[in-house]
Design a protein around this ligand. Structure first.
Ligand SMILES: [Zn+2]
Length: 325
């Protein structure tokens, strides 16, 4: 805006009624929020982007649209921006994303987040899972040194699903009718090393084969695995040939040779379970999203920022985020 135009605008402002001033304040806040989100989105394209369709890097700037830089691929001619191809593409109300992400840092319910952002609760639910769609994939890819693993179980839940139920619905939350391991539980393997790198795996079965495959994908060949002495974990470690220390908790052993224990993974597990309680049972098909959500909170040592949530939703993992200023 030219300086003369701006001066005119400032003078005009004096004519506003209190109600109009209130509207204007809200409008300015909306613009600010949208621009803050756009800045985060653009940080994705800070290195020269490649075409999301054909992968070529012959890209030209192609004007602005919706406050975002548009690009055009010289090979296949499609236009795109830094949001294209991410789970947040085509989500509306960009001005509310950071507030929504704030709600997520607090682990708020779908309903409360909907109210805080003034969106419908179906929108709130959809947003939650769009925001988590990629974050659930950002887990450690290699555990080094001393690593700990533990199996934990989540009640199988078809919450929100109305068709194709194989059993009568349970009340929300609920309990398994059989104790311990059963078809009603989803096994999850949690692995964590002493650097705090964490990965979790939703297993088909809590057996040697499934656990072995998960461990093999994550354990550095010279890492030492500590477990609580579960048979399946021990057998899986032997099968893939990694060094394994079994801590016999049942016999009162807590630490072996001063360094081998499972206290980190157990503490992580307790924090996860405690945090999950607020959701009163979660649909099994979204379990990976919740595990990813918790991992993000834990990685940020409980001071996860709304920006970090939005960046993760755009596919930027922790280390890439640190480079965004
Ligand atoms: Zn292309």
């Amino acid at each position: 805006m030219k300086i003369e135009e701006f001066q005119v605008l400032m003078e005009e402002l004096e004519k506003l009624t209190p109600r109009q001033r209130e509207f204007l304040e809200k409008h300015l806040e909306k613009i600010e929020q949208t621009q803050a989100v756009n800045t985060l989105i653009e940080s994705r394209a800070s290195t020269m982007p490649t075409c999301p369709k054909c992968g070529h890097n012959q890209i030209a700037r192609w004007g602005l649209a919706s406050g975002l830089q548009r690009y055009r691929c010289s090979t296949c001619k499609i236009t795109f921006n830094a949001l294209t191809g991410t789970p947040l593409a085509r989500l509306r109300h960009k001005d509310k994303w950071l507030e929504y992400a704030q709600q997520m840092t607090e682990g708020q319910s779908v309903r409360k987040s909907a109210k805080a952002c003034d969106v419908h609760r179906n929108t709130s639910f959809r947003w939650r899972h769009r925001f988590l769609a990629l974050s659930n994939k950002h887990k450690a890819t290699s555990l080094v040194g001393i690593a700990e693993a533990d199996e934990t179980f989540f009640l199988k839940s078809f919450k929100g699903k109305k068709q194709g139920m194989t059993r009568a619905p349970r009340k929300r939350g609920g309990k398994a009718s059989k104790r311990g391991l059963s078809d009603e539980q989803v096994p999850v393997l949690i692995c964590r090393d002493r650097n705090g790198s964490t990965a979790d795996f939703i297993l088909k079965k809590a057996d040697k084969i499934s656990i072995g495959a998960a461990l093999k994908s994550i354990m550095a060949s010279d890492a030492v695995l500590c477990t609580d002495g579960s048979k399946a974990l021990g057998a899986a470690a032997r099968k893939i040939g990694i060094v394994h220390r079994s801590i016999n908790l049942a016999a009162g052993v807590r630490v072996v040779a001063k360094v081998y224990h499972v206290q980190n993974v157990n503490a992580y597990d307790s924090r996860l379970k405690e945090w999950m309680r607020r959701f009163h049972g979660i649909a099994t098909r979204y379990l990976a999203n919740y595990l990813g959500w918790r991992r993000m909170i834990d990685q940020a040592r409980d001071s996860l920022s709304p920006r970090a949530i939005v960046l993760a939703a755009l596919g930027m993992h922790h280390d890439q985020q640190l480079r965004v200023t």
